[in-house]
Write a protein that binds this ligand. Sequence first.
Ligand SMILES: [Fe+2]
Length: 236
Amino acid sequence: MDSSTIEQISKIQLIYDACNAVFSQKELPNFQQIQWLRNLLDITTAIDLGIDEFGLCGSPPTSPKSVEGLICGQGVRNITYIHIHECDNFSMGVFCFPAGGVLPLHDHPGMTVFTKLLYGSVYVKAYDWVKVMNSGCQTFGLASRAVDGIFKAPCEASVLFPRSGGNIHSFTALTPCAILDVLSPPYSEELGRPSTYFSDFHIPSLPGYAMLEEKDLPDDLVVTGAPYVGPRINVA
Ligand SMILES: [Fe+2]
Protein backbone atom coordinates (compact mmCIF):
# COMPACT_ATOMS: atom_id res chain seq x y z
CA MET A 1 0.00 0.00 0.00
CA ASP A 2 1.62 3.33 -1.02
CA SER A 3 1.38 6.55 0.96
CA SER A 4 -1.26 8.09 -1.31
CA THR A 5 -3.53 5.12 -0.61
CA ILE A 6 -2.99 5.44 3.13
CA GLU A 7 -3.96 9.12 3.01
CA GLN A 8 -7.31 8.21 1.54
CA ILE A 9 -8.21 5.95 4.44
CA SER A 10 -9.94 7.77 7.29
CA LYS A 11 -8.57 7.53 10.82
CA ILE A 12 -11.76 5.88 12.01
CA GLN A 13 -11.42 3.27 9.26
CA LEU A 14 -7.87 2.55 10.42
CA ILE A 15 -9.12 2.21 14.00
CA TYR A 16 -11.99 0.00 12.89
CA ASP A 17 -9.68 -2.27 10.88
CA ALA A 18 -7.23 -2.56 13.78
CA CYS A 19 -10.01 -3.29 16.28
CA ASN A 20 -11.48 -5.87 13.94
CA ALA A 21 -8.13 -7.62 13.69
CA VAL A 22 -7.24 -7.39 17.39
CA PHE A 23 -10.57 -8.04 19.06
CA SER A 24 -11.81 -10.84 16.82
CA GLN A 25 -9.21 -13.05 18.54
CA LYS A 26 -11.45 -12.82 21.65
CA GLU A 27 -8.55 -12.64 24.06
CA LEU A 28 -6.67 -9.81 25.72
CA PRO A 29 -4.54 -7.84 23.26
CA ASN A 30 -0.79 -8.27 23.47
CA PHE A 31 1.66 -5.41 23.96
CA GLN A 32 2.21 -4.79 20.24
CA GLN A 33 -1.52 -4.72 19.62
CA ILE A 34 -2.07 -2.31 22.50
CA GLN A 35 0.58 0.01 21.09
CA TRP A 36 -0.92 -0.25 17.60
CA LEU A 37 -4.34 0.82 18.85
CA ARG A 38 -2.99 3.52 21.13
CA ASN A 39 -0.91 4.99 18.29
CA LEU A 40 -3.95 5.10 16.03
CA LEU A 41 -6.03 6.82 18.72
CA ASP A 42 -3.20 9.28 19.33
CA ILE A 43 -3.23 10.50 15.72
CA THR A 44 -7.02 10.89 15.74
CA THR A 45 -8.57 14.30 16.35
CA ALA A 46 -12.13 15.41 16.97
CA ILE A 47 -12.54 16.64 13.40
CA ASP A 48 -11.65 13.14 12.14
CA LEU A 49 -14.83 11.97 13.88
CA GLY A 50 -17.10 14.75 12.62
CA ILE A 51 -16.78 16.86 15.77
CA ASP A 52 -15.89 20.56 15.68
CA GLU A 53 -14.11 21.17 18.99
CA PHE A 54 -14.60 24.92 18.73
CA GLY A 55 -18.07 24.89 17.23
CA LEU A 56 -20.65 27.01 19.02
CA CYS A 57 -23.41 26.46 16.46
CA GLY A 58 -26.00 28.69 18.03
CA SER A 59 -28.10 25.56 17.79
CA PRO A 60 -30.96 24.97 20.20
CA PRO A 61 -29.98 23.14 23.40
CA THR A 62 -31.66 19.95 22.29
CA SER A 63 -29.69 19.75 19.09
CA PRO A 64 -25.88 19.80 19.25
CA LYS A 65 -25.65 19.20 15.50
CA SER A 66 -24.53 22.19 13.45
CA VAL A 67 -25.88 23.26 10.08
CA GLU A 68 -22.48 22.48 8.56
CA GLY A 69 -23.03 18.87 9.53
CA LEU A 70 -20.45 18.69 12.30
CA ILE A 71 -21.18 18.05 15.95
CA CYS A 72 -20.35 21.25 17.88
CA GLY A 73 -18.13 20.57 20.87
CA GLN A 74 -18.95 23.84 22.62
CA GLY A 75 -22.64 23.47 21.79
CA VAL A 76 -23.49 20.42 23.90
CA ARG A 77 -25.65 21.19 26.93
CA ASN A 78 -25.76 17.63 28.25
CA ILE A 79 -23.29 14.77 28.12
CA THR A 80 -23.75 13.61 24.53
CA TYR A 81 -22.93 10.14 23.25
CA ILE A 82 -22.09 9.75 19.58
CA HIS A 83 -22.40 6.09 18.71
CA ILE A 84 -19.94 5.19 15.94
CA HIS A 85 -20.03 1.42 15.63
CA GLU A 86 -20.88 -1.76 17.50
CA CYS A 87 -20.41 -5.42 16.62
CA ASP A 88 -20.08 -8.58 18.71
CA ASN A 89 -16.42 -7.94 19.51
CA PHE A 90 -16.15 -4.19 20.13
CA SER A 91 -17.91 -0.85 20.17
CA MET A 92 -16.72 2.68 19.45
CA GLY A 93 -18.23 6.00 20.43
CA VAL A 94 -17.49 9.50 21.68
CA PHE A 95 -18.75 11.20 24.83
CA CYS A 96 -18.90 14.99 24.46
CA PHE A 97 -19.10 16.78 27.80
CA PRO A 98 -20.12 20.32 28.69
CA ALA A 99 -17.96 21.92 31.39
CA GLY A 100 -19.02 20.42 34.71
CA GLY A 101 -20.53 17.28 33.18
CA VAL A 102 -20.02 14.21 35.37
CA LEU A 103 -20.10 10.57 34.30
CA PRO A 104 -20.23 8.84 37.69
CA LEU A 105 -18.20 5.80 38.72
CA HIS A 106 -19.11 2.87 36.48
CA ASP A 107 -17.48 -0.44 35.64
CA HIS A 108 -16.55 -2.31 32.46
CA PRO A 109 -17.07 -5.98 33.33
CA GLY A 110 -14.61 -8.27 31.57
CA MET A 111 -13.67 -5.52 29.14
CA THR A 112 -10.59 -3.89 27.71
CA VAL A 113 -11.21 -0.18 27.09
CA PHE A 114 -9.12 2.30 25.14
CA THR A 115 -9.81 5.95 25.94
CA LYS A 116 -8.58 9.02 24.09
CA LEU A 117 -9.21 12.56 25.30
CA LEU A 118 -9.77 14.46 22.05
CA TYR A 119 -9.88 17.97 23.52
CA GLY A 120 -10.40 19.76 26.80
CA SER A 121 -9.62 18.87 30.42
CA VAL A 122 -11.13 16.13 32.53
CA TYR A 123 -10.67 14.87 36.06
CA VAL A 124 -10.45 11.09 36.11
CA LYS A 125 -10.83 8.85 39.13
CA ALA A 126 -10.46 5.11 38.66
CA TYR A 127 -10.34 1.98 40.80
CA ASP A 128 -9.70 -1.74 40.48
CA TRP A 129 -11.29 -4.34 42.69
CA VAL A 130 -9.21 -5.84 45.46
CA LYS A 131 -12.07 -7.89 46.88
CA VAL A 132 -15.54 -7.75 45.41
CA MET A 133 -18.64 -9.23 47.03
CA ASN A 134 -22.33 -9.64 46.31
CA SER A 135 -25.18 -9.51 48.77
CA GLY A 136 -28.51 -10.13 47.17
CA CYS A 137 -28.35 -8.03 44.06
CA GLN A 138 -25.87 -5.46 45.28
CA THR A 139 -22.16 -5.46 44.47
CA PHE A 140 -19.70 -3.89 46.87
CA GLY A 141 -16.15 -4.31 48.09
CA LEU A 142 -12.67 -2.97 48.57
CA ALA A 143 -10.98 -1.25 45.64
CA SER A 144 -7.57 0.30 45.08
CA ARG A 145 -7.25 3.67 43.43
CA ALA A 146 -5.54 3.38 40.04
CA VAL A 147 -5.99 6.92 38.71
CA ASP A 148 -6.72 10.20 40.45
CA GLY A 149 -5.75 13.15 38.31
CA ILE A 150 -6.43 15.75 35.70
CA PHE A 151 -5.92 14.98 32.02
CA LYS A 152 -5.53 17.83 29.60
CA ALA A 153 -5.44 17.35 25.82
CA PRO A 154 -3.22 16.65 24.03
CA CYS A 155 -2.41 13.54 26.03
CA GLU A 156 -1.81 9.92 25.15
CA ALA A 157 -4.56 7.36 24.92
CA SER A 158 -5.01 5.19 27.99
CA VAL A 159 -6.12 1.60 28.37
CA LEU A 160 -7.86 -0.32 31.14
CA PHE A 161 -8.25 -4.08 31.47
CA PRO A 162 -10.74 -6.40 33.19
CA ARG A 163 -8.70 -6.47 36.41
CA SER A 164 -6.27 -3.57 36.17
CA GLY A 165 -5.67 -0.10 34.82
CA GLY A 166 -8.71 1.39 36.58
CA ASN A 167 -11.67 -0.69 35.38
CA ILE A 168 -14.14 1.37 37.44
CA HIS A 169 -13.87 5.02 36.55
CA SER A 170 -15.55 8.42 36.60
CA PHE A 171 -15.09 11.52 34.49
CA THR A 172 -15.67 15.12 35.56
CA ALA A 173 -15.31 17.61 32.72
CA LEU A 174 -13.32 20.67 33.83
CA THR A 175 -13.86 22.31 30.44
CA PRO A 176 -15.92 21.19 27.45
CA CYS A 177 -14.20 17.95 26.43
CA ALA A 178 -14.65 14.82 24.34
CA ILE A 179 -13.55 11.26 24.96
CA LEU A 180 -13.29 8.55 22.31
CA ASP A 181 -14.03 5.15 23.84
CA VAL A 182 -13.26 1.76 22.31
CA LEU A 183 -14.69 -1.12 24.35
CA SER A 184 -14.06 -4.81 23.83
CA PRO A 185 -16.27 -6.67 24.20
CA PRO A 186 -19.19 -4.18 24.25
CA TYR A 187 -21.64 -3.79 27.11
CA SER A 188 -24.38 -6.40 26.96
CA GLU A 189 -27.05 -7.02 29.61
CA GLU A 190 -27.93 -10.33 27.93
CA LEU A 191 -24.35 -11.59 27.99
CA GLY A 192 -23.72 -10.57 31.60
CA ARG A 193 -21.87 -7.35 30.90
CA PRO A 194 -24.16 -4.62 32.25
CA SER A 195 -22.96 -1.18 33.24
CA THR A 196 -23.07 -0.80 37.02
CA TYR A 197 -22.73 2.48 38.90
CA PHE A 198 -20.95 2.87 42.24
CA SER A 199 -20.45 5.27 45.12
CA ASP A 200 -17.00 5.39 46.71
CA PHE A 201 -16.32 5.80 50.42
CA HIS A 202 -12.80 6.67 51.45
CA ILE A 203 -11.10 4.83 54.27
CA PRO A 204 -9.01 7.26 56.36
CA SER A 205 -6.89 4.44 57.76
CA LEU A 206 -6.19 2.99 54.31
CA PRO A 207 -5.02 5.73 51.94
CA GLY A 208 -5.23 4.79 48.27
CA TYR A 209 -8.21 2.49 48.83
CA ALA A 210 -11.97 2.94 49.02
CA MET A 211 -15.11 0.93 49.62
CA LEU A 212 -17.27 0.85 46.50
CA GLU A 213 -20.99 0.25 46.76
CA GLU A 214 -23.35 -0.33 43.84
CA LYS A 215 -25.99 2.33 43.36
CA ASP A 216 -28.90 2.88 41.01
CA LEU A 217 -28.43 4.81 37.82
CA PRO A 218 -28.22 8.40 39.11
CA ASP A 219 -31.44 10.35 38.46
CA ASP A 220 -29.53 13.44 37.47
CA LEU A 221 -27.43 11.66 34.86
CA VAL A 222 -28.62 12.79 31.44
CA VAL A 223 -26.89 11.38 28.38
CA THR A 224 -28.21 12.60 25.06
CA GLY A 225 -27.60 10.72 21.83
CA ALA A 226 -26.27 12.44 18.72
CA PRO A 227 -25.66 10.97 15.28
CA TYR A 228 -22.19 10.10 14.06
CA VAL A 229 -21.44 12.40 11.12
CA GLY A 230 -17.79 11.49 10.52
CA PRO A 231 -16.39 9.44 7.65
CA ARG A 232 -18.32 6.31 6.77
CA ILE A 233 -16.78 3.04 7.93
CA ASN A 234 -16.51 0.13 5.52
CA VAL A 235 -17.45 -2.79 7.73
CA ALA A 236 -15.63 -6.05 7.12
FE1 LIG B 1 -16.31 4.11 31.03
